[in-house]
Design a protein around this ligand. Structure first.
Ligand code: 3PG
Length: 351
């Protein structure tokens, strides 16, 4: 059994919440899309209503250590504005000062730790680091669906060290909706996967090739799959032509667009994550935009997710055209491919 927020007595308790505030940012560190932060507000508002002492933690980007641009100051600003209460931010996650501040919190206070990935111990799933984080909490809540596929300290080890633990409202909603979408999906089931993090995705494609009827992947993912010597499957489609500029391939060509749209039109369920070109440059967004428009227009049940994908469809004004917009990218793919999310396992408690 996994406990939900309403199962806890929260008043006056230090509640440590693993959030995913990993939002897209520009070269100056400005937040380009705050969807993931906004989606976490119901949990934080619930904790405020219940008079908990709230400690929030998240990663942003993928730094190997401290990085000026990836500090959580801008996240702090968005939280304070939307919650309409002061949000104090720490300069660290595990220092003596952090501990002192956390232990001095009053009910209704909101305290945000600095970027977890400024500590390499987070990704190394270091036990000593996890113990320091866990020592701050009387209750641990995971509301970071989108990082539940990562075996990182704040996701898998901290909950093992805190007796009282459970899921937040966002994580609960994501699992409920995605479970519904994946049980007996309307066929044909089509997965469309592009974007960065090609290694994680190449591995997941293998799973989708078992469960889906067709899988469309970007050229980069196809190359990674070839390098990993994954077996051939006639369910797999990849670009058949490319736009080439200075030896690079910033977009897919018209024949690929046509081929992909034909598949999209026939699908009963579509799962989409990741762009098919360098969409940050509008002259190379055509391929991804055509895919997005075709999915938005199709009668299929559509589930989309992932930071870049969500930012892009929001820019095109299409967000409302999909049946479910998930905060997860890799985590959504992982869950829908039938894998067990590693972050949920340590939350299971005996009745
Ligand atoms: C995501 O953006 O999918 C999550 O925040 C996880 O980030 P990661 O892929 O860098 O681990």
């Amino acid at each position: 059994m996994i406990k939900k927020l309403k199962d806890f007595k929260l008043e006056g308790k230090r509640v440590l919440v693993r959030c995913d505030f990993n939002v897209p940012i520009d070269a100056e560190g400005n937040i380009r899309d705050d969807f993931r932060i906004i989606q976490t507000l119901p949990t934080i508002k619930y904790l405020l209503k219940e008079k908990a002492k709230i400690i929030l933690m998240s990663h942003l980007g993928d730094p190997d250590g401290p990085n000026e641009l990836l500090k959580l100051d801008k996240v702090q600003g968005i939280l304070a504005k939307n919650l309409d209460v002061p949000v104090t931010k720490a300069n660290d996650c595990t220092s003596y000062q952090v501990e002192q501040y956390a232990f001095g919190l009053n009910p209704g206070d909101v305290f945000l730790l600095e970027n977890l990935r400024f500590h390499p111990e987070e990704k190394d799933n270091d036990l000593a680091f996890a113990k320091k984080l866990a020592s701050l909490a009387q209750i641990y809540i995971n509301d970071a669906f989108s990082v539940c596929h990562r075996a990182h300290a704040s996701v898998v080890s901290v909950p093992l060290l805190v007796k009282e633990k459970g899921v937040g409202l966002l994580l609960e909603k994501e699992i409920r909706t995605l479970e519904k979408a994946s049980q007996r999906p309307k066929r044909p089931l089509l997965a469309v996967v592009g974007g960065a993090k090609v290694k994680t995705k190449a591995t997941l494609i293998q799973k989708f090739l078992e469960t889906a009827d067709s899988v469309i992947v970007s050229g980069l993912i196809k190359r990674e799959m070839d390098e990993m010597k994954m077996p051939y499957s006639d369910k797999l489609l990849s670009p058949v032509d490319n736009i080439e500029v200075d030896g690079k391939i910033p977009d897919i060509g018209p024949k690929s667009i046509e081929l992909f749209i034909r598949k999209i039109k026939k699908a009963g369920t579509i799962i989409w994550n990741g762009p098919f070109g360098l969409i940050e440059d509008p002259q190379y967004e055509k391929g991804t935009a055509e895919i997005a428009k075709a999915i938005a227009k199709s009668r299929a049940f559509s589930v989309i997710g992932g930071g870049e994908t969500l930012e892009f469809v929001s820019r095109l004004g299409l967000t409302r055209k999909f049946n479910h917009v998930s905060t997860g990218g890799g985590a959504m793919l992982s869950f829908l491919s039938g894998e067990k999310l590693i972050g949920l396992q340590p939350l299971i408690c005996q009745r």
